[in-house]
Design a protein around this ligand. Structure first.
Ligand SMILES: Nc1nc2c(ncn2[C@@H]2O[C@H](COP(=O)(O)OP(=O)(O)OP(=O)(O)O)[C@@H](O)[C@H]2O)c(=O)[nH]1
Ligand SMILES: C=C(OP(=O)(O)O)C(=O)O
Length: 224
């Protein structure tokens, strides 16, 4: 059984690369992306413990509501330190076992995809899934929490590979590789299909988002 760590920065500071195209709505999107990621993880067979590392009070409250464990983030220490805090929390709640770290911006993630990734990752001391560009990382796994050695950040896919993590091959258009950083990423994942929270937000705000509406399938256009 797997432990999963999901690091989540405060929604008010999230998705700066979406600012140009989406302005203040990016914070709502970051929130919906997190909920869809957490929902998919919680519905993945073989996942026992989910630890969300965050300083955001709303993310913390909804983490508890969805039956996951909150690990308070230390302000200003950055993503890799947050991942290490989450790994330590997994050890604390125990028992020690395999752990996967997922970014919280995977609104197209499907439980069966993550199940496949975790089954494959079982064969490797350390493994990762590159994002759809091949440059970043959306999932990092290790058979023990001490073995994670996270190196997230720009170009992390190459760093994880160079440090010995096995690259798990997944189609570039599957949800586990479709993290959303830019408006183009948002259009890509919207066309593929998003989880219930992001889909609901699209319907609510579809006049604001210049992307295909995953529910209607039509292209949303600003109506105001
Ligand atoms: N707990 C925690 N999570 C973080 C931190 N920095 C990034 N994350 C999370 O790590 C994942 C990747 O984040 P980034 O793509 O670097 O940041 P972002 O807010 O999604 O996008 P940008 O603002 O455009 O960089 C997301 O799930 C973030 O919420 C941090 O310092 N602490
Ligand atoms: C933190 C990462 O995500 P991004 O590239 O979206 O910053 C990463 O790929 O390691």
């Amino acid at each position: 059984m797997w432990s999963v760590v999901i690091p989540v920065k405060p929604f008010s500071r999230a998705k700066s690369r979406l600012a140009a195209g989406l302005g203040p709505w990016r914070h709502e999107l970051a929130h919906a992306f997190f909920l869809d990621t957490l929902w998919a993880v919680r519905n993945t067979e073989g996942v026992r413990t989910v630890v969300v590392v965050t300083a955001d009070p709303l993310a913390a409250a909804q983490t508890r509501t969805l039956g996951a464990v909150v690990c308070p983030d230390a302000p200003g220490v950055g993503l890799n330190a947050a991942v290490r805090l989450g790994a330590a929390k997994c050890r604390a709640v125990g028992p020690e076992g395999p752990v996967a770290v997922l970014t919280a911006d995977l609104p197209g993630l499907r439980p069966q995809e993550l199940d496949h990734v975790l089954r494959e990752a079982r064969h490797h001391r350390r493994a990762f899934v590159a994002d759809h560009t091949g440059e970043g990382t959306t999932v990092l796994t290790a058979l023990t929490t001490a073995g994670l050695a996270p190196a997230f950040g720009s170009g992390s896919g190459h760093r994880h590979a160079l440090s010995g993590a096995f690259p798990l091959e997944m189609p570039s258009d599957c949800g586990v590789r479709l993290d959303v950083d830019t408006p183009e990423d948002l259009a890509r994942v919207a066309l593929r299909g998003v989880g219930p929270y992001t889909a609901a937000l699209f319907r609510l705000r579809k006049a604001r988002y210049p992307v295909a509406d995953p529910v209607q399938g039509a292209s949303s256009t600003a109506s105001s």
